[in-house]
Design a protein around this ligand. Structure first.
Ligand SMILES: [Zn+2]
Length: 87
């Protein structure tokens, strides 16, 4: 698991904007990210512990990768919808 910071997630989101992978929701906090060019699919998970956010991806990267960057946009929208639903 890697801690998400505003700096590393911004980098990952920028990379995702260039790569434009396809993100599929498996369940809340679990996403499947497919690179449309290569067909490679990875799974991203988000975790929150004591207000610190973590993410992990099963690709080779040991940093916040663009798969996480691509998923986080979907994740934020879902989190807001769930929050609204339970409010
Ligand atoms: Zn990855």
């Amino acid at each position: 698991m890697i801690e998400i910071t505003s700096a590393n997630i911004e980098k990952a989101i920028n990379k995702a904007r260039q790569t434009k992978p396809f993100v599929k929701v498996i369940e809340f906090r679990r996403y499947q990210v497919t690179n449309k060019a290569t067909g490679a699919t990875y799974e991203v998970k988000f975790t929150k512990i004591n207000n610190t956010k973590y993410a992990e991806c099963n690709c080779k990267a040991t940093v916040i990768c663009y798969h996480i960057g691509a998923s986080v946009g979907v994740h934020i929208v879902l989190a807001e919808q769930l929050h609204t639903a339970t409010a």
